[in-house]
Design a protein around this ligand. Structure first.
Ligand code: FAD
Ligand code: NAP
Length: 321
């Protein structure tokens, strides 16, 4: 049914501060903005809580001697922000308008949001290899989330593609469930931290295929059966597995900001060194969306804190100008 042309337009939902994205950066920004009395709205997106909701043990978030669960940590962060006066909004932003003075964001729900200051904390999403066979076997053996799909491969042979912390962590997680885990890495050296490398390399169920790239995922109607690997000398080999987990990093979620803010060649928002301000007055960015180097929960949270403090100063200046 089409909307009558003279139907009244829904008024934008306004708050002094709008935070787009509810990972560690967004939740921390919301906490600080709320405690400063700015009554922020936190737009949660399609992955409320962000990337940590797809992991299990988190051992390096300060303050906890024992490992904590990623989803639990993010529940706590969101609840803390709400407790101090943040309005949580379940919506995904598909377009922004930073012409100002009030900045606008358009939700998939049809709701328009407006704010005097915006904090962008849209984080990053899993990258795929881009092979047609990867798409063909997606959900039938190929996955990008071991904690989500690992249990389907209990006592089976699986592979993890990648050489960073995510790949090592996925391999260790899967080793608790599966018969064997083969890490497939395109180089002869991992990128992940030494402590993670040591754990994976010393695990009896984990082996590594170095200098190997996926050429094709192969299988039949029942799903994935094997992977053809290619090597730098031009040779190929096969690995028999029923599950393959892609863990080759993440792409920053910045497409909706492309017309407004500068991005680097991989899509990260470019900010002045050590700062969370953008070239647009009243628009700030925090976390993985603007950080291609550290990409940790604690650094994202730290940037979220900086962005909220800077947004508060910006609003104070605006009031007195
Ligand atoms: P994200 O956590 O990526 O959150 C982004 C948020 O933005 C989400 O809520 C999403 O819904 C929202 N969003 C995106 N687009 C839109 C839109 N258009 N509209 C509205 N909302 C939107 N780091 C550690 O320190 N320790 C660990 O143990 C650890 N383990 C990890 C395990 C895995 C498997 C992965 C993938 C990462 C891990 N990391 C870990 C890294 C850590 O998760 C990230 O550095 C951190 O989550 C980044 O936080 P963020 O707030 O910047 O973004
Ligand atoms: P990453 O560090 O960028 O590593 C990506 C890995 O995938 C690299 O080894 C890379 O190979 C490989 N790769 C990339 N594109 C590929 C392709 N097309 N084909 C084959 N291989 C490809 O990403 P990440 O592991 O997701 O980690 C992201 C951030 O989150 C990091 O800062 C990490 O420390 C953090 N994190 C932390 C933890 C933890 O602390 N426990 C856990 C997970 C993630 P090359 O090495 O050859 O480039």
């Amino acid at each position: 049914m089409s909307t009558p042309q003279n139907a009244p337009q829904q008024a934008p939902q306004h708050a002094p501060v709008m935070i787009i994205g509810s990972g560690p950066a967004g939740c921390t920004a919301a906490l600080y903005a709320a405690r400063a009395g700015l009554k922020p709205m936190l737009i949660r997106g399609m992955q409320p809580g962000g990337q940590l909701t797809i992991t299990t043990d988190v051992e390096n978030y300060p303050g906890f001697v024992q490992p904590i669960q990623g989803p639990w940590l993010m529940e706590q962060m969101e609840a803390q922000a709400a407790h101090h006066g943040t309005t949580l909004i379940t919506d995904h932003i598909s377009k922004v308008d930073f012409t100002g003075p009030r900045h606008l964001a358009y939700g998939d729900s049809g709701q328009v949001y407006s704010a005097d200051a915006v904090i962008i904390s849209t984080g990053a999403s899993a990258k795929w290899l881009g092979l047609p066979s990867e798409k063909a076997f997606s959900g039938r053996g190929v996955s990008a989330c071991a904690t989500c799909d690992g249990a389907f491969f209990r006592n089976q042979d699986v592979a993890v593609i990648g050489g960073g912390n995510s790949a090592l962590e996925e391999a260790l997680y899967l080793a608790n469930l599966c018969r064997s885990v083969t890490l497939i890495h395109r180089r002869d050296k991992f990128r992940g931290e030494k402590v993670m490398q040591d754990r994976a390399l010393n695990h009896p169920k984990i082996s590594v295929r170095w200098n190997s790239e996926v050429d094709e995922f192969l299988g039949g109607p029942m799903g994935l059966e094997k992977i053809r690997l290619k090597h730098p000398d031009g040779t190929t080999s096969e690995l028999v597995v029923t599950g393959a987990f892609i863990a080759i990093g993440h792409k920053p979620n910045t497409d909706i900001f492309a017309d407004w803010l500068s991005r680097d060649e991989t899509g990260y928002l470019v900010l002045p060194k050590g700062s969370v301000t953008t070239t647009i007055p009243g628009v700030f960015a925090a976390g993985d969306v603007a950080d291609s180097i550290y990409r940790q929960a604690v650094t994202a949270a730290g940037m979220g804190c900086m962005a909220a403090l800077d947004a508060n100063r910006y609003l104070e200046r605006l009031q007195h100008s």
